[in-house]
Design a protein around this ligand. Structure first.
Ligand code: NAD
Length: 437
């Protein structure tokens, strides 16, 4: 099939590459010249494990090309995917300007039937809005479909190639057939393509992200109760996670959720509820608790030093990305924690396997040092903070750690180590929802 993907970010690039991998002809469009230059130079502008092999193979086979020319893409494709940003506005609502502007442009360029598929996360009613906009500009037949994306950064290729489910919102039989054909190769193992109406599909995405954010937040509150009662959240997690009604995943306590999706989608769903005169009280609490959770590690530091400021203290921070296996730093808890440390007078040296470049680029005002290895970040540090659970942080050389840190002191926001191991090795070790040793 002939596919266009407009917006070549984390979602669009993976979508375009994976559709090409299943034999389709794909044109990806982006308006960021820097990104396009890289893509046309066969360089991937993001860090996403497993993407490179597919990207190179499909470029070589002439199934995947990149352009800034929307007209070329619209002329070429039967199905046009929108994978555009929907960032939060000041009031928490999703900013639809990118989606609506591009939809309007497409309307002006169409010469035959098109299926316009929204992969961006958009509020209930957006498909209707986009349809109305296109109808106002053209007489040519088209369908607008909602097809929210559920991939996880860091595992995006695997998620896209073998989705647990594909959700498609459309009431058009013509669009349904095309979408069914397109997704068939991805669900050969029997996972469902779930067809529904556009509004239900749009809400499904928000419901999924809001529920996951709530699960994380609930577990963070349980961890906070553990901290106060002497219980250990690791045991509580194992105890409840083996109940199949609860499940084992998303039960890890930490320093709060971040990323480009959960914070904005929780806010946007809360906003949508408000516009329908419904107060989504659970989400109020989720947002409040998550903001507080990002301060927890710094609170533990202040309590440890029995002080209200951190002047003269130097900290090593491992992990900048909002989660492991990505270079995405949008809404990363590390940024909040580092800003708080700096505002209290501390100095900071950080290490992240792939995300440092993005912090340097987008937060050049942050006065921090960047180390080239995880161990070099420790030089002369009063303590180590662990913010992102990269695998390489799990297997540490205890002796190197001890020799480089001024004191054997760790504040672990991801519960990476066994309490016993830390105690035996003479560390003062604080983690989340587990007794300090
Ligand atoms: P992104 O910012 O990484 O990518 C968006 C891309 O669109 C950028 O490359 C940008 O240059 C391009 N763009 C902006 N305006 C354009 C225009 N007029 N023409 C062409 N290109 C344009 O965003 P993302 O993380 O890929 O997210 C895209 C959407 O998918 C959002 O709605 C997001 O909520 C949703 N989503 C994201 C994820 C994720 O893990 N990142 C997962 C599921 C859904």
């Amino acid at each position: 099939m002939k596919i266009a993907v407009i917006g070549t970010g984390y979602v669009g690039l993976v979508t375009g590459t994976c559709f090409a991998e299943s034999g389709n002809q794909v044109i990806c469009v982006d308006n960021d010249p820097e990104k396009l230059a890289k893509l046309n130079n066969k360089q991937i502008p993001i860090y996403e494990p497993g993407l490179e092999v597919l990207f190179e193979r499909n470029i070589k086979k002439d199934r995947l090309i990149f352009t800034n020319n929307l007209k070329q893409a619209v002329d070429f494709a039967q199905i046009i995917f929108l994978a555009l940003p929907t960032p939060p506005m000041e009031d928490g609502s999703a900013d639809l300007q990118y989606v609506l502007n591009v939809a309007g442009e497409i309307a002006g360029l169409m010469t035959d039937y098109k299926v316009i598929v929204n992969k961006s996360t958009v509020p209930v009613g957006t498909a209707d809005k986009v349809s109305a906009l296109i109808s106002s500009k053209t007489k040519i037949a088209f369908d607008v479909v909602s097809n929210p994306e559920f991939l996880r950064e860091g595992a995006a290729v695997e998620d896209f190639m073998k989705p647990e489910r594909v959700v498609v919102g459309t009431r058009s039989e013509r669009a349904r057939k095309l979408m069914d054909e397109l997704y068939k190769p991805f669900v050969l193992s029997g996972n469902p393509v779930i067809f529904m109406d556009e509004r239900s599909s749009e809400l499904t995405k928000y419901a999924a992200n809001a529920l996951l954010a709530t699960k994380i937040t609930f577990m963070n509150e349980i961890a906070n109760i553990c901290d106060r009662t002497g219980a250990n959240v690791d045991w509580v997690r194992k105890g409840i996670g083996s109940d199949s009604r609860i499940g084992k995943r998303f039960l890890f306590a930490g320093v709060g959720y971040g990323g480009s999706c959960f914070p904005k989608d929780v806010q946007a769903l809360h906003y949508t509820a408000n516009t329908y005169d419904y107060k989504f009280s659970i989400l109020d609490a989720v947002m409040r608790v998550n903001d507080k959770q990002k301060e927890l590690l710094v609170d533990k530091i202040l309590t440890h030093y029995k002080t209200t400021d951190l002047k003269g203290k130097h900290f090593a921070v491992w992990g900048l990305a909002f989660k492991p296996n990505t270079d995405d730093i949008r809404e990363a808890p590390a940024l909040v924690i580092i800003e708080k440390l700096l505002s209290l007078g501390a100095t900071v040296t950080t290490f992240d396997p792939v995300a440092s470049e993005n912090v340097q680029k987008y937060h050049s005002d942050l006065k921090i040092n960047y180390a080239d290895t995880m161990y070099n970040a420790l030089n002369q540090a009063d303590a180590l903070l662990i913010i992102t659970e990269w695998n390489e942080f799990r297997t540490i050389d205890i002796e190197v750690l001890k020799s480089k840190l001024k004191q054997p002191l760790i504040f672990d926001g991801r519960n990476l180590f066994e309490l016993e191991t830390m105690k035996e090795n003479g560390f003062k070790y604080y983690s989340i929802g587990r007794p300090s040793v």
